[in-house]
Design a protein around this ligand. Structure first.
Ligand SMILES: Cc1cc2nc3c(=O)[nH]c(=O)nc-3n(C[C@H](O)[C@H](O)[C@H](O)COP(=O)(O)O)c2cc1C
Length: 224
C-alpha cells in the first residue's frame, strides 16, 4: 500500500489534526491512572506468551505486552513484569529468577482466547498449559516447555534483570533474555523472511482490547 502522504517532500510542513493539549506530571495522578494512560497511548504492543518452569518442575504460562526485541547480537528480547498489588512477585518472575530461563511464544490470532485466559490468577503451582488446553512441547536448550500452537518460539536464557521502582504497585522488573534457540513454522519462514499474512500477529491496545495488523505501508528510509 502507498504511504499516507506519498507526495510529501523533505522539509514540507504537514497538516496534523491538532488541538489543545492536556499536560500533567506523574505526581498529579495515581498509579492506576498512569497505567491506564500508558497502556492506552503506547499502542499497539506486541505480546510475549511466556512459558517458565518452577524449580519443582511445574510449568507456567502468561502473556506480557510490555515486550519487545532489543538486540540481534546477542539476540535479546525483554519483558517487564509488574509487582502484584501486595508487592508479591508474579509466578513468571519467580520462576525466571529461580531457573534463569524462559520461552517467548508468539501471540497469533488463533491463540487469543487461551492466551488471555492464561492471564487469570491461577495459584502458584497450577499449569496454565492444562487450564488453557494448550500443548506443551520440550525445548531444546532450556527447561521451560514451548507452546506447540505458537508459530514462533524463542528459547531464552536470563541475560539481566533491572528493577524499576521499589516493589510497590506499579513498579516492575525488566527481564532481558538472550535467545539461545529459534523455532518457527516452516510455512511461515520463507527465504529468510517471516510471512506476516501467515503469522497473524495480535497486539494489545488499552483496556481489554486487542488488534491484528491493518494497513501496511512500504516506505524505505531515504539516503541523505
Ligand atoms: C495481553 C496481556 C498482556 C499483559 N501484559 C503484562 C505485562 O506486560 N506485564 C505484567 O506484569 N503483566 C501483564 N499482564 C498480566 C499478566 O499476564 C497476569 O498478571 C498473569 O496472571 C501473570 O501470570 P503469572 O503470575 O503466572 O506470571 C498482561 C495480561 C494480558 C492479558
Amino acid at each position: 500500500m502507498t504511504s499516507p502522504n506519498p507526495d510529501w517532500k523533505p522539509g514540507q510542513k504537514i497538516e496534523a489534526p491538532g488541538g489543545d493539549l492536556i499536560s500533567f506530571s506523574p505526581a498529579e495522578k495515581d498509579v492506576a491512572s498512569i497505567y491506564k494512560f500508558l497502556i492506552g497511548s503506547v499502542v499497539p504492543r506486541p505480546i510475549a506468551f511466556v512459558s517458565t518452569i518452577s524449580k519443582d518442575g511445574v510449568s507456567n504460562l502468561a502473556p506480557f505486552s510490555f515486550f519487545n526485541a532489543l538486540s540481534s547480537n546477542p539476540p535479546c528480547v525483554m519483558i517487564s513484569i509488574s509487582a502484584r498489588p501486595g508487592g508479591e512477585y508474579k509466578d513468571t518472575l519467580r520462576n525466571i529468577e529461580e531457573t534463569k530461563e524462559f520461552v517467548v511464544n508468539s501471540a497469533n490470532r488463533w491463540l487469543l482466547e487461551p492466551l488471555v485466559h492464561c492471564a487469570a490468577e491461577y495459584p502458584y503451582g497450577v499449569s496454565e498449559f492444562e487450564k488453557a488446553g494448550l500443548t506443551a512441547i520440550a525445548s531444546e536448550k532450556v527447561k521451560p516447555q514451548r507452546v506447540k500452537e505458537s508459530a514462533v518460539q524463542l528459547e531464552c536464557e536470563l541475560y539481566q534483570t533491572v528493577k524499576i521502582g521499589d516493589g510497590s504497585p506499579g513498579s516492575s522488573t525488566l527481564v532481558i533474555g538472550k535467545i539461545v534457540m529459534f523455532h518457527v513454522l516452516d510455512r511461515i519462514y520463507q527465504d529468510g523472511k517471516i510471512n506476516l499474512e501467515e503469522l497473524k500477529p495480535i497486539a494489545r491496545l488499552g483496556g481489554v482490547n486487542y488488534c491484528s495488523v491493518g494497513e501496511i505501508f512500504g516506505i524505505p528510509i531515504p539516503k541523505v
